[in-house]
Design a protein around this ligand. Structure first.
Ligand code: NAD
Length: 322
């Protein structure tokens, strides 16, 4: 029997799977993100053999050293920018993620954010609740049609491709994309065109949807200079990671009509928002819930648990990223 520490309550299916495999599971009792000190203290209380971490945990060398017997950290997310991979490698620690199961859910969500902002759905909801609706009017809250418009995908991996397919098949949008590599599977599935740079996509697209992982190379991929390349009628959607966009620059762009609107599920300094963002009408903001469906969160829990079970049984976990 191995001991496993789970840094926050996750759907029961994952915990049950670990317990049914004969392991002892300790779940953090705090209903919230553990501070670094709390995490270090919790890990030092027992000799854990594995840790199930969340994207809100900053996992670095100090954390690995506090759980010296744990040779696997299974992250409950597809992104793993919260983990210091070099520190893990130095210590021979295996890191896993939960890819694939979030793809459809997050693609549906990005698609929904696009419609929410271009059709002014959240704004219309606020307007109606405030009692400002005084009857149908020909020019009340006019938005944009998507049919025939160009969707620009930045990062055409699993989720980016899912959004591209939905936008073309569902809405009749033209799709262009930029990625560090061409995606032949996507080009076979729908009519879409690779562009050789981020700039080309920004200049041409009516909606830009961002799906790159957060890396040094993608930090502030969208900054003031690049926002200025977009059409004033264009929209920006981000369901990837907050720091991919310079949020202060985006607030300025939204205020000054550099672009028309944005849909954001992630923020540069979560859970804090950039100054001025929440008072803008032309942005739809949601609290990092793109993967938050009953089905997906349960699958993420079982995948993270299975990665730990396989590792502890001496097998290579399916989703090892380091
Ligand atoms: P993926 O690895 O399948 O796709 C990422 C794509 O980005 C790849 O095709 C890769 O080649 C490309 N890429 C990498 N660096 C690039 C660069 N510098 N410029 C352009 N393209 C680049 O990952 P995925 O499953 O599609 O997930 C994408 C990201 O979405 C994750 O890394 C995660 O951060 C984020 N995510 C967010 C949520 C949420 O709740 N909002 C949920 C799931 C995933």
């Amino acid at each position: 029997m191995a001991s496993i520490y789970v840094t926050r309550k996750i759907p029961t299916a994952g915990i049950t799977l670990l317990e049914e495999a004969g392991h002892d599971v300790v779940v953090s009792a705090k209903d919230g993100v553990l501070t670094k000190e709390e995490l270090l203290q919790a890990l030092g209380e027992k000799e854990y053999d594995a840790v199930l971490s969340l994207l809100t945990d900053s996992v670095d060398g100090e954390v690995f050293d506090a759980a010296a017997s744990a040779k696997i950290f299974a992250n409950y997310a597809v992104g793993f920018n919260n983990i210091d991979l070099d520190a893990a490698k130095e210590r021979g620690i295996t890191i896993t993620n939960t890819p694939g199961v979030l793809t459809d859910t997050v693609a549906e969500y990005a698609f929904s954010l696009m419609l929410a902002v271009t059709k002014r759905i959240a704004e219309g909801d606020r307007f109606t609740r405030k009692g400002e609706y005084e009857g149908w009017a020909p020019e009340l809250l006019l938005g944009s049609d998507m049919k025939g418009k160009t969707l620009g995908i930045l990062g055409a991996g699993r989720i980016g491709s899912g959004v591209a397919v939905r936008a073309q098949k569902g809405l009749g949008m033209k799709v262009i994309y930029y990625d560090i590599k061409e995606n032949e599977d996507l080009e076979k599935e729908i009519e879409c065109t690779f562009r050789a740079s981020v700039e080309e996509v920004l200049k041409e697209a009516d909606v830009v949807s961002v799906h790159v992982p957060l890396l040094d190379s993608t930090h502030h991929l969208i900054n003031a200079e690049r926002l200025a390349m977009m059409k004033p009628s264009a929209y920006l959607i981000n369901t990837s990671r907050g720091p991919v966009i310079d949020e202060a620059a985006l607030v300025e762009a939204l205020k000054n009509g550099v672009i028309r609107g944005a849909g954001l599920d992630v923020f540069e300094n979560e859970p804090r928002l950039a100054a001025g963002l929440s008072s803008l009408e032309n942005v739809v903001i949601t609290p990092h819930i793109a993967s938050a469906s009953d089905e997906t969160r349960e699958k993420m829990a079982t995948i993270a648990a299975q990665n730990i079970i396989d590792f502890l049984a001496g097998k290579k976990p399916e989703n090892a990223v380091a």
